[in-house]
Design a protein around this ligand. Structure first.
Ligand SMILES: C[S@@+](CC[C@H](N)C(=O)[O-])C[C@H]1O[C@@H](n2cnc3c(N)ncnc32)[C@H](O)[C@@H]1O
Length: 260
């Protein structure tokens, strides 16, 4: 199974998706959980197009600093553009399992919708623990894709589409196993909160509707879903939206922990 590739096309799709209402809500929740403040040194693993990096630079001010790491040069290019003019930011192309940062050099770290793509999550958690100072705060956000409840008049087709979509990442149900793995990696005070992202509207601002083009593109030609079937699935969602019958819900999990 081939995971999503964060190339130029997907980077520009993320640029749009990450300006939508539901993703703005997610960023607010993450930043609340991170509790950044003036002077803090913050690490963003899998920073993507750099929305968090830019917002956190405002939060930490000139006496703090933010480092973003991402495996994709295409998303990093967007992050560079977004943070131009700041001298307290650094962006590195690297893997989450091999961070190019010194030990104990951060007060806080975040990784939002990244670990679900990483094959060796335990190695990534060990790196996050190494990078944080003792007492440093960690925020991890991932989706349990098995919580998706998505209406269709053709439930068998919906199941096929969602099964194919599961292949877009390394672990579609990562939140289920994250708590003990965080403790094993040297984190204490592990907590989790589930946030539901639900919509009865097929609008670009709703997470479920906003990801339809990504899902359609990814599943077409995979796992027995043809391009025509993927297009018919997406068209049905638009049609359900037009007659007020759209329904999507999923649970996204915010884990917080302290480096011990
Ligand atoms: C869904 S995007 C999330 C971006 C950002 N965290 C946000 O929420 O705005 C996932 C990002 O993780 C990055 N990524 C995936 N696997 C990675 C890995 N093994 N190491 C570093 N970055 C990775 C991708 O390149 C992509 O930019």
């Amino acid at each position: 199974m081939t995971q999503l590739v964060f190339d130029d096309r997907l980077a520009s799709q993320l640029e749009t998706l990450y300006r939508t209402r539901d993703v703005l809500r997610r960023r607010r929740l993450v930043r609340q959980a991170l509790a950044g403040s003036a002077g803090k040194r913050i690490l963003d693993v899998g920073c993507g197009p750099g929305f968090y990096v830019a917002e956190l630079l405002e939060e930490v001010g000139p006496t703090g600093s933010v480092v973003g790491v991402d495996a994709s040069p295409q998303t990093l290019a967007l992050a560079r553009r977004r943070t131009e003019g700041h001298d307290n930011v650094a962006l590195y192309q690297a893997d989450a399992t091999d961070l190019p940062v010194p030990d104990a050099s951060f007060d806080a770290a975040l990784s939002v919708q990244v670990l679900e793509y990483v094959a060796d999550v335990d190695a990534a958690l060990a790196e996050l623990r190494r990078a944080l100072r003792p007492g440093g705060r960690l925020v991890i956000w991932d989706i349990d894709w098995s919580t998706v409840s998505w209406h269709s008049a053709d439930p068998a087709r919906m199941r096929r589409v969602l099964r194919a979509w599961d292949g877009h990442l390394a672990d579609p149900c990562l939140p289920r196993t994250l708590a003990p793995r965080l403790r094993a990696a040297g984190f204490a005070d592990v907590r989790a909160e589930g946030h539901s992202f639900a919509s009865i509207e097929h609008t670009p601002d709703a997470y479920g509707a906003a990801i339809i083009p990504l899902v359609q593109e990814y599943v077409a030609g995979r796992d027995g879903v043809s391009a025509d079937e993927a297009a018919a699935w997406a068209a049905e969602q638009a049609e359900l939206g037009e007659r007020g019958a759209f329904f999507f819900a999923c649970v996204q999990f915010c884990f917080t922990a302290m480096a011990s």
